[in-house]
Ligand binder design. Structure first.
Ligand SMILES: Cc1cc2nc3c(=O)[nH]c(=O)nc-3n(C[C@H](O)[C@H](O)[C@H](O)COP(=O)(O)OP(=O)(O)OC[C@H]3O[C@@H](n4cnc5c(N)ncnc54)[C@H](O)[C@@H]3O)c2cc1C
Length: 421
C-alpha cells in the first residue's frame, strides 16, 4: 500500500493528529463501531509506558488503556548502582499517575491472562475481558531453565522489581576473601553491557571495602559482546587483582544448595551466584502463539509498525520483539514511538511512515565516579524489510571519565521523564 501521507511533513501530520483533525477527511473512526478507537497497551515498562503516553500525546481521538501487573515500575536502568549504594530503589521507582493525569491514559493494575485475537479481546487474570481495536504488547522477557538452578537462591535481579535489594544484601554479607560470580547468557539478552557493568560495580565495591575477594565473570559468549575495549581494560587493569573473566563459559548446571556452577570445562564455587539465565520473549507472547521468529524465542514483527507477522492488530515492542535490534530500554522507547505513530496512521486508513530510525544508548559505570557509553542507530532497509545498523553510527567512549559519569544521570533522567511523565 502506498503511504498516503508521504507528501505531508511528519510534524504537520502529527499536529493534525494532536488537534484531533485527522488526516485529509479521514477521522479516526473504526468502521465496525463508529466509536472512538480503543488501544490497549500491555506492560508499563520503557516500551509500553512510552507507547501509551505518545498515543494520547499525539491524538485525543483515541482511548488508551495501559494494563500493568504492578502498581509502579522499578527501572532496571541504573539499578546496578543500588548494589554499591549510589542509587536507591525509590529513586528508580516510577508511578503511572502522570500518564493518567497529563495524557488521560486509563491505567488498570492487572495481569493479562490471555489474548483472544479473533474477538480482539484480552482477558485479565480475574476473568474480565476488554475489547481493543489495536493491541500493543511490551511485556518484556522471561527466563529459560538451567538444570538445578533455584532462582530464589541464586538471583538474577534482571527484571523491573525489587530483587536487586536482595542481591545487594547478599553481596554485603560476603566475608573477607569471598567470591561473587556472575554468569552472562549467549546473545541476544537484555542490556548487552549490563552484566559487564554489574561486574565492574561489584569489583569497585570489593576494592573500596577491601573485601580482598574475587569477582568471577562466566561469559557464554566468545568475547565481551559490546564496548569490549573499555570492559577488557577494566577487567585486566583497573580490577586486575579482583576480576577473573572467563569467555566461552556456558553454564550447564547449577547446584544451588552448594553454590556450585558447572560448565563444560570447570566447576566454580562462589559465596554469591548471580546467574542470568538465557532469555526469551515474555510468557504472554509465547502462550499466545506470537513467538514466531526463526528461533521461536521472540516475536516476528513488521518493523514499520511492529505489527505481528503472525496475528493482525497486535503490535509487539521492547525486549519481546524479534527485529534483531538490541534489547534495551532506550531503544524500546524509540520503538514505542514508531509503533504509536503507525497505529494512529493505520486507524486513519493510512500506511505507517516508511523510513523509521531508532537509536540505542547505554551509559555504563566502571568505577564509583567514572562511566563509559555506547550508542548505535538503526534504519529501515527497504530491500530486506529489516532494521539495519547504519554503518559508522555505533560508537563508544574512548575511556571511562567523570564527565560521562555525570552525563549518565542526565541521560537516564531524560529517558525516565520521556517515558513516565
Ligand atoms: C541491570 C540492567 C541495566 C540496564 N541498563 C540499561 C541501559 O543503560 N540502557 C538501556 O537502554 N537499557 C538498559 N537495560 C535494559 C532495559 O531495562 C530493558 O531493555 C527494558 O526494561 C525493556 O523494556 P520492555 O518494556 O520491553 O520490558 P520491561 O521493562 O520488562 O517491562 C515489561 C512490563 O510488562 C509487565 N507485564 C509482563 N507481563 C504482563 C502481563 N501478562 N500482564 C500485565 N503486565 C505484564 C511487567 O510487569 C513489566 O512492568 C538494563 C537492564 C538491566 C537488567
Amino acid at each position: 500500500m502506498r503511504n498516503k501521507v508521504s507528501g505531508l511533513s511528519r510534524r504537520h501530520f502529527l499536529k493534525m493528529m494532536g488537534l484531533g483533525v485527522g488526516i485529509a477527511a479521514a477521522p479516526i473512526l473504526t468502521k465496525a463501531t463508529q466509536s472512538r478507537p480503543h488501544i490497549i497497551v500491555v506492560g508499563g515498562g520503557f516500551g509500553g509506558a512510552t507507547a501509551a503516553k505518545y498515543l494520547r500525546h499525539w491524538s485525543k481521538d483515541v482511548d488508551v488503556t495501559l494494563i500493568e501487573a504492578n502498581a509502579s515500575y522499578q527501572s532496571p536502568i541504573l539499578s546496578n548502582l543500588i548494589l554499591n549504594g549510589q542509587r536507591s530503589l525509590e529513586q528508580l521507582n516510577f508511578s503511572y499517575d502522570k500518564l493518567a493525569k497529563n495524557y488521560g491514559v486509563k491505567i488498570i493494575q492487572a495481569k493479562v491472562k490471555s489474548i483472544h485475537s479473533g474477538k480482539k479481546q484480552v482477558e485479565l487474570e480475574e476473568g474480565k475481558k476488554l475489547s481493543y481495536d489495536r493491541l500493543i504488547l511490551s511485556p518484556g522477557i522471561q527466563f529459560m531453565d538451567i538444570k538445578g538452578l533455584d532462582q530464589k537462591k541464586n538471583l538474577h535481579a534482571w527484571m523491573p522489581n525489587s530483587e536487586i535489594l536482595q542481591l545487594k544484601q547478599q553481596i554485603a554479607s560476603i566475608k573477607k576473601e569471598g567470591v561473587f560470580l556472575i554468569s552472562i547468557p549467549k546473545k541476544p539478552y537484555r542490556c548487552p553491557p549490563g552484566p559487564y557493568e554489574r561486574a565492574c560495580v561489584v569489583a569497585d565495591y570489593f576494592k573500596r571495602k577491601k573485601v580482598g575477594g574475587k569477582v568471577i565473570v562466566l561469559d557464554a559468549n566468545a568475547k565481551v559482546t559490546v564496548n569490549a575495549d573499555n570492559f577488557m581494560r577494566a577487567f585486566y587493569e583497573t580490577y586486575k587483582d579482583i576480576v577473573e573473566y572467563v569467555p566461552q563459559s556456558l553454564v550447564e548446571e547449577v547446584d544451588s544448595d552448594k553454590g556450585v556452577v558447572i560448565t563444560e570445562v570447570e566447576n566454580y564455587h562462589a559465596d554469591v551466584l548471580n546467574i542470568i539465565p538465557p532469555h526469551q520473549a515474555s510468557a504472554l507472547i509465547h502462550d499466545n502463539g506470537l513467538a514466531n521468529d526463526k528461533t521461536e524465542r521472540w516475536a516476528a514483527v513488521d518493523p514499520l509498525s511492529y505489527e505481528s507477522t503472525q496475528t493482525p492488530y497486535i503490535h509487539i515492542i521492547g525486549d519481546s520483539q524479534g527485529t534483531g535490534q538490541p534489547k534495551a530500554g532506550h531503544i524500546a522507547n524509540a520503538e514505542a514511538k514508531i509503533c504509536a505513530d503507525a497505529v494512529l496512521r493505520l486507524l486513519s486508513g493510512y500506511s505507517p511512515y516508511d523510513f523509521p530510525r531508532t537509536n540505542s544508548a547505554c551509559y555504563t559505570p566502571i568505577t564509583k565516579n567514572t562511566a563509559t557509553w555506547i550508542t548505535s542507530t538503526y534504519a529501515y532497509d527497504v530491500s530486506s524489510k529489516k532494521m539495519k545498523l547504519i554503518k559508522g553510527s555505533n560508537g563508544t567512549s574512548k575511556a571511562p571519565t567523570e564527565e560521562n559519569y555525570h552525563r549518565m544521570y542526565d541521560w537516564a533522567n531524560s529517558l525516565f521523564g520521556d517515558t513516565f511523565s
